[in-house]
Design a protein. Structure first.
Length: 169
């Protein structure tokens, strides 16, 4: 019995010594610049746009530009979109209202969802959301002045909204 007691005490002492950690000292994380570095002349730029869309009972879609950030970089090749008949087209326009770049995004408020029904099959139903946020990334030409959001319902233009594009940082 004494042997078991001594061996278990030694085992506990070994475990306690093995689990000892050095004292923690706080290390300040590396600081990053608060603003992105300014792009040099001729360097390609991207603009990241965040919008809020709201359904309207008596009229077209309401869209608000929440944030626009310009950074240095290039776009990756776009994926083939697989949208239904309802989507948004976001265009960048110059001062003469010519389209400089464009992106198509899924309609943020109109969704078609699948759900299980009896018999192990799936059914589809149309869902209309009251509000949602959506994000768009576009190449930013230097002459871009305006962003235009066009709502497409059943592949037909339903509403168009224009926003002044904030100046580059």
């Amino acid at each position: 019995m004494g042997f078991l007691l001594r061996s278990s005490c030694c085992g506990l002492l070994i475990v306690a010594l093995a689990c000892h950690r050095p004292a923690y000292t706080y290390q300040k994380p590396p600081t990053e610049p608060a603003t992105p570095p300014a792009a040099s002349a001729g360097q390609p730029l991207l603009v990241f746009l965040t919008f809020k869309a709201q359904a309207s009972d008596a009229g077209p879609l309401r869209v608000q530009l929440l944030d626009a950030k310009t950074v240095a970089g290039t776009l990756k090749p776009p994926l083939e979109p697989s949208f239904g008949a309802n989507y948004l087209i976001v265009d960048q326009l110059d001062a003469q209202q010519r389209v400089l770049s464009s992106a198509t995004v899924e309609h943020p408020l109109l969704r078609e969802v699948e759900y299980p029904v009896e018999g192990g099959t799936l059914a589809r139903k149309f869902v209309r959301l009251p509000e949602a946020e959506f994000f768009v990334r576009l190449a930013r030409p230097p002459q871009a002045a305006t962003v235009r959001v066009t709502e497409m319902l059943n592949r037909q233009p339903a509403a168009t909204l224009d926003f002044v594009l904030p100046t580059k940082p």
